[in-house]
Design a protein around this ligand. Sequence first.
Ligand code: CAO
Length: 422
Amino acid sequence: MAGIKTINLPDVGDFDGIEIIEVLIAPGDEIQAEDSIIVLESDKATMEIPSPYAGTIKTLMVNVGDRTSEGAAIATIETADSATEPPEVERPPEIVQEVEDSQPGKSRKPPPKPAVESVDRSGNLIHASPSIRRYARELGVDLDRVIGSGAKGRILKENVKAFIKTTLSSGGGGSGIPISAMPEIDFSKFGEIEAIELNRIKKISGAHLHRSWVSVPHVTQFDEADITDLEAFRKSLAKESEQRGVRLTPLVFLMKAVVAALKTFPEVNASLESSGERLVLKKYFNIGVAVDTPNGLVVPVIREVDQKGLFDLAEELSATAGRAREGKLAPADMQGGCFSISSLGGIGGSHFTPIVNAPEVAILGVGKAKMQPVYQDDGSFSAGLILPLALSYDHRVIDGAQGARFTSFLSRVITDIRRVLI
Ligand code: CAO
């Protein structure tokens, strides 16, 4: 049997005339027993007052800023059943926090819930009631990113909602980083323009690159390798390459050198699970190679590089790059990679900072080799062909020292390519 009940302020301890700093209900709201209805704040504590009844709020008898005391009426509620007066609390007050986890619908006199204070990353206090903390937790919102508009910077439900809205509309998505939207500008106001639609590959790779850029904390380690001997070796194989009808470019040697480095540094041959809590180490060596096509960047994967010889790799690389440029790659051709190489060596430039091809954890950027003086310890020097290398890596997985060890090792192997045999 339905009935109208009055919700009175329960015993809140040694407080009289305590200030109401939040009102969490309005007439017409449907609430469950133990849902918080108001938040009180004294000099020493903040506490939420839960409702003893489930039902619909009929009238609200308090406002933010009012001072209230034990027994004062807060609101009236229309209950769905013939709820009787709530029994006395059985639990001792020190475990009142557990009320948050209790079953809704139970009718008993609820104790106030103390609000938990915590600090943000700068050491400032975060003021938010348990219900707001629970609400934020359910939605995956980190409260130290939310600016509170309540009294003393208290975070309110509307602040959490506004934060989520901004994050979603700015494309910050899963990264949790609020980015303001790019302004729409009418460039025709400044001169003649032509708008062209990005092609499908650019749209797909653009979204992938953006996601990697915002979700992976990047560091790029620069290094170089003296490829004078490698180049001499490569040239010595020119005739054989021609007979086999393949182009043996430096990239093929680099792929083998990268496999040697991945075997030595297994955590680089890995992917971080999306939870960010486990690293999946891969026992196979599939290398993605960035290919520049008329329609944009694609990264087909050359499989089992560890098990293939230089000529086979050269043949496969050139066939795969050819199919990429003709737009004939299947989705499966771009899956299963462990580590990527982006080589601009055939075009020009020195060091650059490639974007990690997530969920891989590292990518090697290769620049164009140039003849440079190579100094010995005694001050003498000779001319050497120097190859710029840049390793971008996911700093959640790879430490700076590890990144530098990886590129140093890689440089040594490339400088003396016989080391791939070790
Ligand atoms: N230094 C000096 N010369 C180099 C070199 C380097 N690092 N790398 C290649 N070369 C030379 C090659 O030896 C070749 O010369 P020869 O024919 O005289 O031997 C010439 O440059 C052209 O090589 P290539 O680019 O055709 O072949 P490749 O195996 O080096 O690369 C591929 C193949 C598919 C990776 C390349 O064609 C390509 O598309 N590169 C662009 C990748 C890209 O866009 N990356 C940016 C992505 S965003 O991070």
